[in-house]
Design a protein around this ligand. Structure first.
Ligand SMILES: Cc1cc2nc3c(=O)[nH]c(=O)nc-3n(C[C@H](O)[C@H](O)[C@H](O)COP(=O)(O)OP(=O)(O)OC[C@H]3O[C@@H](n4cnc5c(N)ncnc54)[C@H](O)[C@@H]3O)c2cc1C
Length: 391
């Protein structure tokens, strides 16, 4: 039997988050939009975010996937995806507190105290820096160098498009330590505090929050700041990137649900030529196609999350969910904008904001083309066979 039912616990978690989003997050939307339109702030202020996170913590929503020994909820990937879908229903960029990048768990005992634990507690902020001006999809082409000088490593190079790079207290930065080996054993990950001397410059984007470029000029870090093993940084970077690709389309799915609901409402009330536009087949088809794609995406996301839960090799399923989510979320937001006509194009409604934000999904953490490359390669090399999804 194939069972699509959620467990009682999953339903309770989903319902709690749905209510939290409706009661606490959605009421902030108008103000968030107003501020962003005036160029005053992006999303929530730090104080607002912390207040909401503390409120959620009172109901034990803290560290969704953080292991329980670090005070987190330690939830399974399917539950995490269900939560992300609910959070995606608002464009306000809220996330529960109490988490840390997955590769920080590779820290040794001393690094855990200095980096991992304070990050989970919300006292320190990190960023993940691999992309460079000359190395994005082709991450193996990074050029940033680190050489040993006594008991220190000296880092030189530039990183670009680093999420959170303007706010971070420390970065997990990847540099070549053995040019001959390159990505095959010659790249190392360093924990570099901002005080070590790297600079960040904001990058203006079409989205509401900007990544940063990071500049390293003779930045010195002690040997003790190597994360994992010297030379094993590339494998670590791939673990970070693959940590939860299903969560990105999950968030977009929540946005699509909200957008489609807006489209349905508008179609029922907007009249042209004496009838609501909902009665026109052209509009009905946009609504129908969007609903079909939303439901297909839900299954792809939950299937990928289930594979992670079951400790299967989930990379193929995650690439499929990420690719389909990126492409379809962009088509859906475009249709909903179209249903709203001129109003959809204005800044009175949040549709254009979603339109700009969802566009990123087709680029970061593996572009559409790179996901297609992975999916096709898996088939061509025989790692996966057509039609074998259910075993
Ligand atoms: C807002 C934002 C936040 C980001 N956050 C981070 C972060 O926190 N940390 C980090 O390290 N990086 C981050 N990135 C970088 C992001 O991962 C890269 O932008 C992405 O991997 C694409 O690399 P690129 O921009 O260099 O494009 P390129 O790799 O130069 O690609 C350009 C185009 O060519 C296509 N292409 C490339 N190779 C192939 C191929 N083999 N076959 C077919 N087509 C191909 C691509 O799909 C794309 O369409 C972020 C980017 C953005 C925009």
């Amino acid at each position: 039997m194939v069972d699509f039912a959620l467990t009682e616990e999953q339903r309770e978690i989903r319902n709690w988050v749905r209510t939290f989003v409706e009661r606490e997050i959605m009421p902030l939307e108008a103000e968030v939009l107003r501020r962003e339109r005036r160029g005053e702030a992006h999303g929530l202020t730090g104080a607002e975010l912390r207040e909401l996170q503390s409120l959620a913590k009172k109901s034990d929503f803290w560290g969704v996937q953080t292991p329980t020994e670090y005070g987190g909820m330690g939830l399974d990937p399917v539950s995490a995806a269900l939560i992300e879908i609910e959070l995606g229903r608002s464009f306000v960029p809220f996330r529960f507190g109490g988490d840390a990048d997955n590769i920080l768990y590779h820290a040794n005992a001393e690094q855990r105290e200095r980096y991992l634990v304070p990050t989970i507690a919300g006292e320190r902020r990190s960023c993940f820096a691999i992309t460079e001006p000359g190395a994005g999809s082709d991450a193996k082409a990074i050029r940033a160098r680190a050489h040993k000088d006594g008991a220190e490593w000296v880092i030189n190079g530039e990183k670009t498009f680093i999420t959170g790079g303007n706010e971070a207290d420390f970065t997990m930065v990847f540099a070549v330590t053995d040019p001959e080996k390159g990505a095959n054993g010659g790249v190392t990950c360093f924990l570099a505090d901002r005080e070590a001397g790297w600079r960040s410059e904001p990058i203006d984007t079409m989205g509401e929050w900007g990544p940063a470029s990071l500049v390293f000029e003779d930045v010195r870090v002690p040997e003790a700041n190597v994360l994992g093993e010297v030379g094993q940084g590339f494998a670590l970077a791939m673990k970070w990137i693959g940590r939860g690709r299903y969560l990105l389309p999950a968030r977009a799915l929540g946005g699509c649900e909200r957008l489609l609901a807006m489209g349905v409402e508008y179609a029922k009330t907007r009249e042209t030529f004496g009838k609501p536009i909902a009665e026109r087949q052209a509009i009905q088809w946009m609504i129908a196609d969007s609903q079909v794609e939303i439901e297909a995406l839900r299954l792809l996301v939950l299937h990928a999350a289930w594979q992670v839960t079951a400790d299967r090799d989930s990379r193929h399923a995650q690439s499929i969910a990420k690719l389909y989510g990126g492409v379809k979320a962009n088509e859906i937001v475009d249709r909903v904008l179209q249903i709203h006509g001129g109003m959809g194009y204005t800044r009175e409604l949040p549709i254009e904001r979603w339109y700009r934000e969802l566009r990123l999904l087709r680029i970061y953490e593996g572009t559409d083309e790179i996901q297609r490359r992975t999916i096709a390669r898996d088939l061509l090399k025989g790692h996966v066979t057509v039609g074998a999804t259910l075993g």
